[in-house]
Design a protein around this ligand. Structure first.
Ligand code: 0RA
Length: 687
């Protein structure tokens, strides 16, 4: 590639300092030395190649997981310069690899936009790796330099002539720095997929070659700059190529949704003003309620949005209002006519990506963009283009406006419902629901609310609980099955209303976490498809309307055991099949010794009886639901803080969770069903 003219020379690199500080305080540079930091090494190396692609100098990148925890990132860009550096008298490659903050990104000509989360560059990866190999094809030569713990093993060597161009960085993270070196294939693929959308028509391959056999390994060693994906090795791999860039990302995010209009809006504008290099927006509305807006600044994902999204929303509201007014969608009699910011967001899928040479985030995590210039730039670029697009696409425009008008109606209905149903009731502590067996403690820190599926389990839980600190709210399954419910409908359900009143926080704009009555909210549903469905709906409710409860980690899922195993007076519980086998072994049961469908257990066909080596009978009871346990069993296995297993529900990846909820709550019934079935056993949100 690299057809564009490059005007680089080694002097464009500014030099700051050596790498010692990185090894002393790795957290300062990569955040953590846990899994996040470990994967950050890949992103850091990848970002450099991606920037080459973004600059139009490379169109191909390959990320390969190799045996012995090596990671290899190859691109066909210009190649890291290998010529002499004026200040350091060493090659530019060595400077970039061994000097902190060195690289074109900092005050040089090389790059205009910096990408990496901490913007620290490949030298940090070098400092934290036992071994790095940098290979460069450039200026007709193939060059190589290797490093141990950030120190060059020798000078940059020219190995041979080469007609190719590009950079290959291969590194092995240092076990003495990282707590554990386990690369997560799924995580890597999903991060890189997201990145692939940000660079139009870049070919990106991700290859898991960790389990290559020796022969394939040889082939690999011989390959030079050749792409592993061209070798046709049989290893897990993913290739990404998105012709439409952000447009493709909107289509991907909508894959389980029903778009309400045909065309995806798209705009890209470069050199917007002196502070903003480019603004890119794509959007499409779907038949759903919640907005899903993805924000990026310099290719960094901003889950908490920021100034670019503020500008986007302002323009969206204004443009749709103007269009609706101009085209007589509002009735003249209605003085309150007009869309609010929330109305126009219902069901929107949008991606906003902005690039700026100087960028500011709020806080340390870069989750939220702070640069003020991003706001007006996004507002004007998007507003103007969207207005034009509406004029040119009257069919799409009509569908969108009609959808927003529906949202206005729902807003007015929901407000009326909320006012009457909840505000007073919840906030003024009107009577707690009759179904709720509250605990004695009034201290939220000590109090737990068990949301229990079914009246019979609810009854046992009420009897078995520690009434000082444990409250029980039984929910009847079927009534919760309000699929695709709007908030007003969902809240109109007696069940949900009871739950919200029990929580004490109220909901919507009057939500107040300070009034939460329990700091542990424990969902206890059966380990079957119905249970999974109810759990999902509850989690959806919490995710959409009680997000702070998830953020603060107040939501848990109870893990009732699957088996009760009894040998004489000894009772043991097992939470999984492997655990069942372990317990049986401990009790002295040999494998496959079955006593048969025994005499006294005829009425419980799911149960089995086996024998120990000494021929003592061991009974195994499989619980099909919480309702099958008596009060003591329920207490002992699921509620007693000393023995129970709880899974804390977190949302560390809001975007992913939102997608899952889309499948579950979306219009696509088939994918929802299959999703629920295949995930019925996964009682957490780590999906
Ligand atoms: C500094 C300057 C130039 C390119 C690069 C670095 C560069 C770095 C990486 C890291 C991975 N792939 C890369 N490709 C290029 C500019 C070179 C020029 O102007 O020719």
């Amino acid at each position: 590639m690299a057809e564009k003219k490059s005007n680089y020379d080694a002097s464009a690199i500014s030099v700051l300092e050596g790498l010692d500080p990185v090894r002393k305080r790795p957290g300062m540079y990569i955040g953590t030395t846990g899994p996040d930091g470990l994967h950050h090494l890949i992103w850091e190396v990848f970002d450099n190649s991606r920037d080459e692609a973004m600059g139009g100098f490379a169109d191909r990148i390959e990320v390969t997981l190799l045996p012995d925890n090596y990671i290899r990132v190859a691109d066909n860009g210009r190649g890291i310069p290998v010529d002499m550096h004026k200040q350091t008298k060493v090659s530019a490659l060595e400077t970039i690899m061994t000097t902190l903050h060195a690289g074109g990104k900092f005050g040089g000509e090389g790059y205009k936009v910096s990408g990496g989360l901490h913007g620290v560059g490949v030298s940090v990866v070098n400092a934290l790796s036992t071994h790095v190999i940098a290979e460069v094809h450039r200026d007709g030569g193939y060059y190589i330099q290797e490093y141990n713990i950030g120190k060059p093993k020798s000078k940059v060597k020219k190995v041979s002539d080469s007609k190719q161009q590009g950079t290959i960085i291969t590194f092995q993270a240092d076990v003495s720095i990282f707590k554990e070196i386990v690369f997560d294939w799924k995580r890597i693929v999903s991060h890189l997929r997201q990145q692939a959308y940000l660079v139009k028509a870049m070919r990106l391959s991700v290859i898991d070659a960790r389990d290559l056999d020796e022969k394939a390994q040889k082939k690999l060693d011989m390959r030079g700059v050749q792409y592993l994906s061209d070798l046709a090795l049989e290893v897990p791999h993913q290739h990404f190529y998105f012709e439409g860039g952000l447009r493709s990302l909107v289509a991907f995010n909508n894959q389980y949704q029903k778009p309400i209009h045909k065309n995806i809006f798209y705009v890209e504008k470069n050199n917007v003003d002196s502070a903003v290099l480019s603004v890119e927006v794509a959007l499409q509305y779907v038949d759903d309620l919640s907005p899903r807006i993805s924000a990026f600044a310099n290719n960094i994902y901003n889950p908490e949005h920021g100034t670019h999204i503020t500008g986007f929303k302002t323009a969206l509201t204004r443009t749709l209002n103007n269009y609706a007014k101009k085209n007589n969608f509002f009735s003249v009699k209605d003085k309150d006519a007009g869309f609010t910011g929330d109305d126009v967001l219902e069901g929107i899928t949008a991606v906003v990506s902005i690039k700026m040479p100087e960028i500011q985030f709020e806080g340390q995590t870069k989750a939220k963009l702070g640069s003020v210039e991003a706001r007006s730039a996004t507002e004007s670029v998007f507003g103007e283009a969207f207005n034009e697009w509406l004029e040119e696409h009257p069919d799409d425009a009509k569908q969108i406006i009609n959808k927003v008008i529906l949202a206005v109606k729902a807003r007015k209905a929901a407000k009326a419902a909320k006012d009457s149903v909840l505000r007073k009731g919840a906030l003024e502590g009107l009577s707690l629901p009759g179904k709720l067996a509250d605990c004695q403690s009034k201290r939220a820190e000590d109090s737990e609310l068990f949301i229990v599926e079914g009246d019979s389990a609810g009854g046992s839980a009420k009897m078995g609980r520690d009434r000082k600190t444990q409250a029980i709210l039984p929910l009847r399954g079927k009534i919760l099955n309000v699929e695709r419910a709007r908030i007003d409908k969902m809240l109109a359900s007696e069940q949900i209303k009871n739950l919200v009143i029990a929580l004490g926080t109220a909901i919507g704009d009057v939500f107040d976490i300070g009034r939460l009555r329990y700091h542990k909210i424990i969902i206890a549903t059966d380990a079957d498809v119905d249970g999974a469905h109810i759990r999902t709906l509850l989690l959806t409710l919490f995710y959409r309307y009680f997000r702070p409860l998830l953020d603060t980690g107040y939501i848990y899922i109870a893990q009732p055991p699957l088996y009760k195993i009894q040998k004489g007076k000894e009772i043991r519980y097992a939470f999984s099949d492997p655990e069942k086998f372990m317990v049986l072994k401990e009790l002295g049961v040999e494998e496959n010794v079955e006593v048969g469908e025994g005499d006294d257990e005829a009425e419980e066909p799911e149960d089995e009886a086996v024998a120990t080596k000494k021929n003592t009978k061991v009974r195994i009871q499989r619980y099909k639901g919480l309702g099958e346990m008596n009060a003591d069993e329920l207490w002992e296995t699921t509620m007693n803080p000393e023995h129970r297993v709880l899974k804390q529900v977190t949302i560390d990846d809001g975007q992913m969770a939102d997608k899952v909820f889309d499948i579950l709550m979306g219009t696509d019934v088939a994918s929802r069903k299959s999703f629920i079935q295949s995930n019925a056993k996964m009682a957490n949100l780590d999906i």
